[in-house]
Write a protein that binds this ligand. Structure first.
Ligand code: T1G
Length: 697
């Protein structure tokens, strides 16, 4: 393994070039090398200034997140930065790309900070359930003030160079390459006799006591469930009221408290799980042009994602009015993003220019990738893929956006099943990060690798899964929804169920989700499902509502009413009446259902179906299932996902609850999946089982 840094000389300027791929994370071996380099250069009388530079695309991406599952090894980052700041000669940070977390803290411990225009400087620790533990909460306020420090650290969003200059964090703009620019400026500083500037020697700015109380009150409700945001405010408050070193000690204590929390463990687990494996990146085919078939909401959303990522898109729709509407939707959505500051006007114009329309499939003859988003009907998709199989160039990848149909049946119709796979986007496609990539029986490695690469390139998270009804997410959603539907019949209400699950942390309760997605969509899908369980109680309420034309938000009524002035969901007595009527017809006894039961039954249903999915090889790992549920279904990230959460509460606890439910309801589907039962038996976890397989494979 090559050295994590090199020392280069440019006359009397010494340059420490950090070279610790992939992102210059401050792992133990880099911290050790950095400390040695600083000691050596500080003692070298021929060195008049030191430049700290990161090779590659980033300065320093932060501490090495993978090290947080065990206590840190010395030299701790705090010690290293204290020593860096103590240098007797000026230390200049050459900032470019990401300067995040410990990387931003390292920059603050330098005496001067220069940056190129691509700088992204920030404190994303809060997204990992952590706080800046290496002096950020003590140094940043001394240069940027309290309000900006609170905003950057509790929000976790990076700032660009101009904002960093405005905050006083960046002293000098580099036009051109970071290293050369920083060395030139270091020379000027030496010539001007500039001395080391240590933030730790500055007094903390005055802070009114109510400042931090206001900051706590302003934390978003969801943050209330997590320790980190509040601890960040505590750490900043300590910086306002204690001398530097005591404030630093306090930050360290609070950091350790957060590091050991289950919330942070879950968030750090997802960080890596969402990056998945990069093993097949070399097999991906180049995609410069794509076709999207179907100019409806989904097709337009997919086209927007592709075009804003730099891919030329042809949208094909045989109905001129639909095509025109779809193209208009693409343009207005992209332009809307520019108006909201999510992209520059120039980038928006370029993206819109990359999208063109066509009425005939022949326009797709030369594209690298085709994604169909037409009506969810197997015969229609098979007919389409039969045409695509003939007219698309060899090696073009053909993807179906189906959410429930058999990908193998569609692939077979193409006559080139090796080039076909599923690409299940979640609606709205240009917003939702998750894409399920469905592996067909014959999908080639190149086809799957290409779809994964395109998914990454459009800024989404692609998870490759096997082909079964509902793939992973919707298959588990069926089990989760079955329980909430049964509890409606047994005596609960839409609002009680939604509230209980939202208190657990779900972004939205299942009844509200149904109203958002449209109860008619689920109704149609269940009707097309040939092997649908035949229990008349399953989804009886959703079916009745759909049959009454109560589709949810789009029809003004579903589980809730939306006809108030603010169109917010309102309980509807008519729905309660309907539920009680159906329960009576079905002979379902009524009882009070506690919140704990609501959550337990829905979560156990997810874990059990997830275990079956793992046994069948439909998902490659429990982490893939967790990534799907946290990014496609609003499962609370601070609980890691349904499988991580089941591990956290204990699989024996899950199985015991299922046996209790099975006993009370006599339902066969509460029989634990064999994998779950055997892991519970030996007090194992899904994570341990996966590690054993990875080790054993
Ligand atoms: N630690 C370990 N590995 C990391 C890492 C990190 N901080 N950041 C990235 N990686 C790995 C990642 O898993 C992937 O691995 C590869 O690098 C490329 O990542 C002490 C407590 C920097 C904007 O939260 O935001 O400092 O899949 O695909 O799209 O107070 O990585 O190739 O095997 O994301 O070019 C705070 C997290 C840490 C920054 C680059 N820092 N990283 O994006 O690459 S806590 C962060 C990012 C801390 C201090 C506190 C992004 C990036 P693999 P990638 P990218």
């Amino acid at each position: 393994m090559s050295a994590p840094l090199a020392i280069e000389r440019d006359g009397s300027i010494a340059v420490i070039v950090i070279d610790h791929p992939p992102v210059n994370a401050l792992a133990h071996r880099l911290r050790t090398a950095l400390l040695a380099a600083i000691e050596r250069l500080d003692a070298d009388p021929t060195v008049q200034a030191i430049v700290l530079h990161g090779a590659g695309r980033n300065f320093i991406a932060g501490a090495d997140i993978s090290e947080f599952d065990q206590p840190a090894q010395p030299p701790l980052l705090n010690e290293l930065l204290f020593r860096l700041e103590s240098c007797a000669k000026p230390v200049i940070a050459a900032l470019h790309g990401a300067a995040l977390g410990g990387g931003a803290e390292t920059a603050l411990a330098c005496h001067y900070r220069a940056a190129t225009a691509d700088l992204k400087l920030g404190f994303p620790e809060v997204t990992l359930g952590l706080l800046p533990g290496a002096g950020g909460t003590v140094r940043l306020p001394r240069v940027a003030g309290w309000q900006a420090s609170i905003e950057l650290m509790t929000g976790g969003k990076p700032v660009d160079r101009e904002r960093a200059v405005a905050l006083g964090v960046v002293d000098h703009r580099i036009e051109g390459e970071a290293r050369a620019g920083a060395v030139a400026w270091a020379r000027e500083l030496v010539a001007a006799g500039a001395a080391p500037r240590r933030l730790r020697e500055l007094p903390a700015p005055d802070a009114s006591p109510e400042l931090f109380a206001a900051a706590r009150a302003a934390l978003p409700a969801a943050a209330g469930r997590l320790p980190a945001p509040g601890r960040i405010v505590d750490s900043l408050e300590a910086s306002a009221t204690r001398p530097f070193e005591q404030a630093l000690d306090r930050a360290r204590e609070l950091f350790e408290e957060c590091r050991r929390s289950s919330e942070s463990r879950a968030l750090r687990y997802l960080f890596f799980a969402e990056r998945g494996s990069s093993a097949d990146r070399d097999a991906a085919l180049r995609v410069d042009s794509a076709g999207v078939i179907g100019a409806g909401t989904m097709g337009a959303g997919i086209a927007i994602s592709l075009a804003t990522a730099g891919i030329a898109v042809t949208i094909v729709d045989s109905k001129p009015e639909s095509l025109a509407a779809g193209l208009a939707r693409v343009a207005s959505t992209i332009e809307g993003s520019a108006l909201k500051g999510r992209m520059t006007a120039a980038d928006a114009a370029a993206a819109v220019a990359r999208v063109r329309g066509a009425g005939d499939l022949q326009a797709l003859a030369a594209v690298d990738l085709v994604i169909e988003a037409v009506f969810e009907n197997l015969a229609v998709k098979q007919e389409l893929f039969a045409q695509l199989g003939k007219l698309c160039k060899p090696q073009a990848v053909l993807a179906t956006n189906t959410s429930t149909l058999d990908v193998d049946a569609i692939a077979a119709a193409s006559g080139r099943a090796v080039d076909v796979a599923g690409m299940h986007f979640f609606s709205p496609a240009h917003v939702m990060r998750l894409v399920e990539i469905i592996r067909g029986r014959e999908s080639s490695r190149a086809t799957l690798a290409t779809l994964r690469a395109v998914t990454r390139r459009i800024g989404k998270i692609g998870v490759t899964v096997g082909n079964c009804y509902g793939f992973v997410g919707n298959r588990m959603l069926y089990a989760y929804g079955r329980e909430k539907e049964l509890m409606l019949l047994e005596g609960s209400t839409p609002e009680a169920i939604d509230r209980a699950l939202e208190e657990f942390g779900m972004a939205m309760g299942p009844n509200a989700v149904g109203d958002l997605a449209g109860l008619d969509i689920g109704y149609q899908a269940r009707r097309q499902w040939s092997e649908r369980p035949d229990d008349p109680r399953f989804y009886r309420v959703s079916d009745r509502l759909a049959e009454l034309g109560r589709y949810g938000q789009k029809s003004g009524r579903g589980f809730y009413r939306y006809d108030g002035p603010d169109r917010k969901r309102q309980p509807d007595p008519e729905v309660l009446e309907l539920i009680r009527t159906e329960a009576k017809i079905l002979g379902v006894a009524q009882r009070k259902i506690a919140n704990t039961e609501i959550v337990e039954r829905c979560i156990c249903a997810l874990a059990n179906e997830g275990a079956r999915i793992l046994e069948e090889g439909i998902a490659a790992s429990p982490a893939d299932i967790d990534v799907i549920w946290c990014n496609g279904y609003g499962f609370p990230r601070h609980r890691g996902g349904p499988m991580f959460h089941a591990d956290t509460i204990g699989l024996a606890t899950v199985v015991e609850a299922m046996r209790r439910f099975g006993g009370e309801q006599g339902a066969r589907y509460w029989t634990p999946a064999p994998l779950l039962a055997s892991l519970a038996e030996r007090e194992g976890t899904f994570a341990g089982w996966q590690a054993g397989r990875a080790g054993g494979d």
